[in-house]
Structure formats: C-alpha cells, structure tokens
Design a protein around this ligand. Structure first.
Ligand SMILES: [Fe+2]
Length: 144
C-alpha cells in the first residue's frame, strides 16, 4: 500500500501550498494585480477542499492522515515560499511549477492505486489530475 505514504506527502504539499498561495495572493504587485489576486484565491480555495478530501480518504482506508504543521513541513516535497513581493509573472511561474509537481504526484498516486484496485483513490485523483491540467493550460496561456 505504497500509495498511502504518497497520499500523506500529497496532503502535506496541500498544507504547504495553502500557505504559499496566500503569500502570493497577498504579496503580488503589478498591473495584473486584481486578476492574479483573484486567481490565487480560487486556487487556495481548491487546495483547501482537496486537503480535507484527501485526509478523509486516508481515514476511510483506516490510515492516519498527518495533522501537525511540523509533520507537513517534514513530509512535503513542495517547500515553503520565501519572499514578500512578487511580480505577476513571477507568481504565474511559481504556480506553474506547483501545478506541474502536483499533477505528477497525483498521477503517480492514481496509477499506484489502480494497480492495487483502490477505486476510490483512482476516482478522486483522476479528477485532481484533470483539474491541474486545466489550470496549467490557464497559467501557460497567461504566460504566453
Ligand atoms: Fe483574500
């Protein structure tokens, strides 16, 4: 049940992303401020929903979701974001990286769950992967 460990890594990433996306939301500057401010809000709302959903999947499986901020920092593959002032372009580039990393990890989890016949995880994570693909299209279109 290797994918359960990855689910906790993924959960930890969501916890770190919640903080990082708020940093970008508050500290973006530039002529697209309003769009980026609103876009990052949409993203952190989505992250927060996924955070709860993933923890509840772990509970459903009789596994233990990590709950402490210190554990999230230890287990996340996405690192805390330094800085308190970001240009619009910087924000989009940072977000592109996050979406790409999350899509890769979500795909690994989906595929490992499939090998183990874990349909609930497959179903949930297929949606996550599709969501990241859509956001990547948005972000890359804004960067183009
Ligand atoms: Fe806000």
């Amino acid at each position: 049940m290797k994918h359960y460990e990855k689910l906790n890594e993924y959960l930890s990433n969501l916890a770190v992303l919640n903080a990082n996306l708020h940093n970008l939301h508050w500290n973006v500057v530039g002529n697209q401020f309003v769009q980026i401010h609103e876009y990052t809000e949409k993203l952190y709302d989505d992250v927060f929903e996924k955070f709860d959903a993933v923890a509840e999947i772990l509970k459903m499986k009789g596994e233990k979701p990590l709950t402490k901020l210190s554990e999230y920092l230890e287990n996340a593959s996405i690192k805390e974001l330094d800085g308190d002032r970001f240009s619009c372009r910087e924000v989009l580039e940072i977000i592109e990286g996050y979406l790409d990393d999350m899509r890769k990890l979500a795909t690994e989890i989906r595929n490992e769950a499939d090998e183990e016949g874990d349909f609930e995880v497959v179903m949930e994570f297929e949606e996550h992967v599709a969501g990241y693909s859509k956001e990547l299209w948005f972000v890359r279109s804004m960067l183009a």
